[in-house]
Ligand binder design. Structure first.
Ligand code: NAI
Length: 328
C-alpha cells in the first residue's frame, strides 16, 4: 500500500473549497490509486463550516481518503504537506485600493509561505488560486527561502481551459483536437490567450480561424473577462470551474503533459521570452517527472509581443508595490 499524500487546502470552507475537496478525496487530484490525507486551513470563524464539510467528506466513504485535519494554524496545516492549494485570500471590497488589497493578502500569504518553509515536506508543490494569484504566489515564495522557487505556482489553468473551449466553439473542432494553446502573463484582465502556436486538428489555429477581428475583439476579451461574466450571470464567482482547473493543474504537474502538447501555468520566470527573472508569470509549459518547464523557441509576433509585454508590466508593477510594502 502506498503512503498517503498530504494535501493542504486553505480557504477550505469557501465555495471553491466545497467544489474541490470532494474531487481531491475521490482521487482526481493525483490519481485513482493514490491515497490522500486532507488538511483544511481556515480562519477561526470558519472552522465550524469546515467541520461541516469534513462531515460530508466522511459521508462519501471515499476509499482513498485516509484522514482529515482541520485547523486555523498554518504551521499545523502545512506540517508534512506534499501539496498545498492556497485558495483562501482577501477579496477586493468596494472602495479598496490596490495597496490595501496587496497588504491584506501579504498578511495571509507571507505567514503561509513561512509555515510552508518551516513545516512542509521536501517535495512540497504549491498552487496559489487566491487572487491576485501571481503576486500572492510571489509573496509566499519570498517567505520560503528554503523551498525551491519552482515549487510556487499560480493558477492560469482556468484561463487556459476557457480559451480551449472558446476556440473549440469557434472552429467546431472537438476539444481533444486542440493543442498548444498558451496563456501568457498575469491571471487578470491583461492576460494574453495566444492561439498563434495552437493547433486545431493538426493545423495552425490562427490560420484555421483566419479572423483577426474575432481574435482581438471577441476571443481575447471573452477569455480575459470570463470571470466577471460568470459573476454577472450566476450572481456568484466561478467555483466549480476554478476547482476543476486546480485539479487539472496539479494532476498535470504530477503526472505530466501528453507528448506533443503543453499547458499554461504561472511559474517563476527564468527570463524566458523577455519576462523579468523572478516574476511569477503564465507561460506555455510542459510537465515531466514532477517538474514544469517553459516551452522554448516560440516565435512571438508583434501582435503577441505587445500583449505579453502589457501583462508582464502589470506583474512588475504588482511586484514593485509589494516590495514597497516590505512584503517581499
Ligand atoms: P470564498 O470567499 O467563498 O472562500 C474563501 C475562503 O477563504 C473563506 O472560507 C475564508 O474564510 C477563507 N480564508 C480567508 N482568509 C484565510 C486565511 N488567512 N487562511 C485560510 N483561509 C482563509 O472565495 P472562493 O470563491 O472560494 O474564491 C477563493 C479565491 O480564489 C478568491 O481569491 C478568488 O478571487 C480566487 N479565484 C481564482 C481563480 C483563478 O483562476 N486563479 C478563479 C476563481 C477564483
Amino acid at each position: 500500500t502506498r503512503t498517503p499524500v498530504n494535501v493542504t487546502v486553505t480557504g477550505a470552507a469557501g465555495q471553491i473549497g466545497y467544489a474541490l475537496l470532494f474531487r481531491i478525496a475521490s482521487g482526481q487530484l493525483l490519481g485513482a490509486d493514490v491515497p490522500v490525507k486532507l488538511r483544511l486551513l481556515e480562519i477561526t470563524p470558519a472552522l465550524k463550516a469546515a467541520e461541516g464539510t469534513a462531515m460530508e467528506l466522511d459521508d462519501c466513504a471515499f476509499p482513498l481518503l485516509q484522514g482529515i485535519d482541520i485547523t486555523d494554524d498554518p504551521n499545523v496545516a502545512f506540517s508534512g504537506a506534499n501539496v498545498g492549494l492556497l485558495v483562501g485570500a482577501r477579496p477586493r471590497t468596494a472602495g479598496m485600493e490596490r495597496g490595501d488589497l496587496l497588504a491584506a493578502n501579504g498578511g495571509i500569504f507571507g505567514p503561509q509561505g513561512k509555515a510552508i518553509n518551516d513545516n512542509a515536506a521536501d517535495d512540497i508543490k504549491i498552487l496559489v488560486v487566491g487572487n491576485p494569484a501571481n503576486t500572492n504566489a510571489l509573496i509566499a515564495r519570498a517567505s520560503a527561502p528554503d523551498v525551491p522557487a519552482s515549487r510556487f505556482t499560480a493558477m492560469t489553468r482556468l484561463d487556459h481551459n476557457r480559451a480551449l473551449s472558446q476556440l473549440a466553439k469557434k472552429t467546431g473542432a472537438p476539444l481533444t483536437e486542440i493543442r498548444r494553446l498558451t496563456i501568457w502573463g498575469n491571471h487578470s484582465a491583461t492576460q494574453y490567450p495566444d492561439i498563434f502556436h495552437a493547433e486545431v486538428a493538426g493545423k495552425n489555429a490562427a490560420e484555421v480561424v483566419n479572423d483577426e477581428k474575432w481574435l482581438a475583439e471577441d476571443f481575447i476579451p471573452t477569455v480575459a473577462k470570463r470571470g466577471a461574466a460568470i459573476i454577472a450571470a450566476r450572481g456568484a464567482s466561478s467555483a466549480a470551474s476554478a476547482a476543476n482547473a486546480a485539479i487539472d493543474h496539479v494532476f498535470t504537474w504530477v503526472n505530466g503533459t501528453p507528448d506533443g502538447d503543453w499547458t499554461s501555468a504561472g511559474i517563476v520566470s527564468d527570463g524566458s521570452y523577455g519576462v523579468p527573472e523572478g516574476l511569477i508569470s503564465s507561460f506555455p509549459v510542459t510537465a515531466k517527472d514532477g517538474k514544469f518547464e517553459i516551452v522554448q523557441g516560440l516565435d512571438i509576433n508583434d501582435f503577441s509581443r505587445s500583449r505579453i509585454d502589457a501583462s508582464v508590466q502589470e506583474l512588475a508593477d504588482e511586484r514593485d508595490a509589494v516590495r514597497e510594502l516590505g512584503l517581499i
